[in-house]
Ligand binder design. Structure first.
Ligand SMILES: CC(C)(COP(=O)(O)OP(=O)(O)OC[C@H]1O[C@@H](n2cnc3c(N)ncnc32)[C@H](O)[C@@H]1OP(=O)(O)O)[C@@H](O)C(=O)NCCC(=O)NCCS
Length: 216
């Protein structure tokens, strides 16, 4: 049932942003290439400190949100946490953790980490393998408010996420990025993440295919 709600919200978002034809086309068939990345928290933090990534933005604060109670408390303080597509409550319920940057009360950046298989379904539903039992996690749901893009918020939050993960004994973070998203590809490459596979995803009505090709 929750999955259907998420799909309906996603359909509404496509309809509002791209129109009816795009929605019908996506509902019938979808094809995309993704690159899969992995990163080790120890490598990410090596020789670097938080100060190296601190964005020069007035009124910036940072919050890690793990429960809906914490999200409600932020909302009660007037901080705008709830995301546009409204799936954040579901994500927190399923154990995902949100890393948020605020400028005054406004959400400037958000990124999600799934610490369990259950949370992964809500953070990145693409079927690449994440070995949660072997201290791996995955990341997704990354968004910087257009007003604050190119000011270092992704770089800072990514650093804070890996700091959090290292403290919890996590040895690998994984993420998928659609091949057309050049900004994200450049960002993660700059942070030192390794591109380990290219994946092709196709869907026609209920038929789905996912093929991964490891990269040397
Ligand atoms: C991708 C996105 C999260 C980047 O966030 P950001 O806070 O602007 O990123 P940062 O300022 O920390 O940039 C970090 C690095 O990423 C790369 N980068 C970011 N935006 C870029 C752009 N528009 N073009 C090229 N490279 C870009 C650069 O290497 C940059 O380092 P530099 O500025 O020193 O050159 C943001 O553009 C966004 O929200 N896009 C829409 C949603 C999205 O694509 N989410 C990611 C899904 S995987």
């Amino acid at each position: 049932m929750r999955r259907q709600i998420v799909l309906l919200r996603r359909a509404k978002q496509i309809f509002q942003t791209e129109g009816l034809v795009a929605l019908l086309r996506r509902g019938f068939a979808f094809r995309a290439t993704y690159y899969l990345y992995e990163h080790s928290p120890s490598e990410r933090l090596k020789g670097r400190t938080e100060a190296d990534f601190m964005p020069k933005i007035q009124g910036l604060t940072f919050e890690i949100v793990s429960t809906n109670q914490e999200a409600d408390e932020l909302a009660a303080e007037g901080l705008e946490f709830r995301s546009q597509d409204g799936i954040d409550r579901e994500r927190l319920d399923r154990g995902a953790v949100a890393f948020c940057a605020f400028v005054e009360k406004e959400l400037a950046h958000i990124g999600w980490v799934a610490m369990t298989e259950e949370a992964k379904k809500m953070v990145d539903s693409l079927p690449y393998k994440v070995d949660f039992a072997d201290n791996e996690v995955c990341m997704g749901g990354v968004w910087t408010n257009p007003k604050y893009r190119r000011m270092g918020l992704l770089a800072y939050t990514d650093f804070k996420e890996h700091q959090f993960l290292k403290e919890r004994g996590i040895v690998k973070s994984r993420a998928s990025i659609v091949a057309t998203n050049i900004a994200s590809q450049r960002g993660v490459a700059k942070f030192g993440a390794k591109m380990y596979a290219e994946a092709h995803y196709s869907r026609v009505l209920w038929w789905k295919s996912w093929k991964e090709k490891p990269l040397a």
